[in-house]
Design a protein around this ligand. Structure first.
Ligand code: RTP
Ligand code: MG
Length: 136
């Protein structure tokens, strides 16, 4: 069993996609083991996207992710990191396959509905930053 960290972004919450997105993960067989509804602080957002801090879109990314409430969660299952990333689809919704969350719901790179950790180590770090009461 593995655990991963995913987070419905402010656009997904604004568009009332919370239930649909969680249902997709659950139907696949992943188990929600932690869940919250909160607005990220500037510090949390900057830590979350630290790997992109030198990119030209960093300020825009942080402004967007703090622009409204998000739904962070920890999902558990076999190969949970890869399984969740496969359900989420490619970073750019225009390139994401139909049937994936981004492929079905997104049109813009900057508003791609959901985040998924890219490794177990990232999942651990992101969970500690955003769901500090949850030990994964
Ligand atoms: P995420 O971290 O949000 O799950 O997305 P990802 O792994 O598929 O993509 P990543 O490379 O980590 O990029 C993080 C987020 O930054 C935005 N982005 N904007 N303007 C741009 O060129 C650009 N490139 C990436 C996307 O919203 C992406 O989800
Ligand atoms: Mg990423």
């Amino acid at each position: 069993m593995e655990r991963t960290f995913c987070m419905i972004k402010p656009d997904g919450v604004r568009r009332r996609l919370i239930g649909d997105i969680i249902a997709r993960f659950e139907r696949k067989g992943l188990t929600v083991v932690a869940l919250d509804f909160c607005t990220l602080t500037q510090d949390q957002a900057e830590r979350h996207y630290a790997e992109h801090k030198d990119k030209p879109f960093f300020a825009e990314l942080v402004a967007f992710i703090t622009s409204g409430p998000v739904v962070p969660m920890v999902l558990e299952g076999p190969d949970a990191v890869a399984a969740a990333r496969a359900l989420i689809g490619a970073t750019d919704p225009l390139k994401a396959a139909a049937g994936t969350i981004r492929g079905d719901y997104g049109l813009r790179l900057s508003e791609n509905v959901i985040h998924g950790a890219d490794s177990p180590a990232s999942a651990k770090r992101e969970t500690a930053n955003i769901l500090p009461d949850c030990n994964i």
